[in-house]
Design a protein around this ligand. Sequence first.
Ligand code: ARG
Length: 362
Amino acid sequence: MQDKKLLAEEAKAFIDIAYMESEKNSDVCQARWKQIETEIAETGHYTHTLEELRIGAKLAWRNSNRCIGRFFWESLHVLDCRADSTEDEVARSLFRHIRYATNGGRILPVISLFAPASPHHPTIRIWNYQLIRYAGYQTEDGIIGDPDSIDFTNKCLELGWKGPKTDFDILPILISLGDKEPKWFSIPSSLILEVPLEHPEYEAFAEKQYKWYAVPIVSDMKLEIGGLTYQAAPFNGWYMGTEVGARNLADAGRYNLLPEMAEIAGLDTSFASTLWKDRALVELNRAVLHSYKKHGVSMVDHHTAAAQFERFEKKEAQAGREVTGDWTWLIPPVSPATTSIFHKEYNNHVHKPNYFYQDRLY
Ligand code: ARG
């Protein structure tokens, strides 16, 4: 009983925002609310219309305090995958997501929504952090690949996946229904766009044959809309350069490329005070931005992203809404104080709809 009451409350709050923002019509809103109220009373559940799904997913993006890319929240493409009921069907939809979002390099922001857990549906979970990600292996001679992926890679190996053990093996996708063991699916390589990295000046960098994938598709968060929880709701935008150049490839606990970059650039690494790390970081980030651009793959630099975020803040102010934010995540990891974000304060209150972390399965 308490569950129904809570669900009805959350549903009402969502319907009010969604219909008042999109239709600006309180009759339509009221009529829809009556429908939902009845459905919840009778079944303890309700079903979103496609339009509610679209609006809910977009509002959740707009409410994502850690995201600097929110200027584009209205352009999110929503793929309705709620009819999928087997692991194979889910996998097929995920492949479609990858193709659709990659779009030959002109990346589209996309979310795929699978049926929320309900009396009629077992929980669908995607175990991967991102649909496309490189494997990591702990070996006797050190780590191969992405150290961040070691636990997940072990789970894949345990399920029978064979890792080729290069530094850039694309992991399979793990999908589970209810309490069943996950099934794994290799992504057809024709669907995966990757960017070989080169530096605009230091030719020796290309010889290292580093690369990164085009589309970051976060697949382990849940989307909450109006009291319903979509536990399988993979979404993507395009990369901001620093995510790859200042974190994935640069962090000492990840690909750790700063020492190599410094050597290629001929930097004096004998003292921290030569700022060789800072200089190598900038060169690595130039290489990343340069390479994505050269290969026609969408990527935004952190200055442009921060300027877009400012436009988002202005638009929201005009609409009479407060922009909430998590300052520690919004500032870029390179030259943060050169962006306006650094010099402001943000209210980190979490509004719903929103995306939330959920318990890890491995
Ligand atoms: N930071 C993550 C990564 O480097 C990606 C998170 C989502 N990023 C995005 N631009 N939508 O892989």
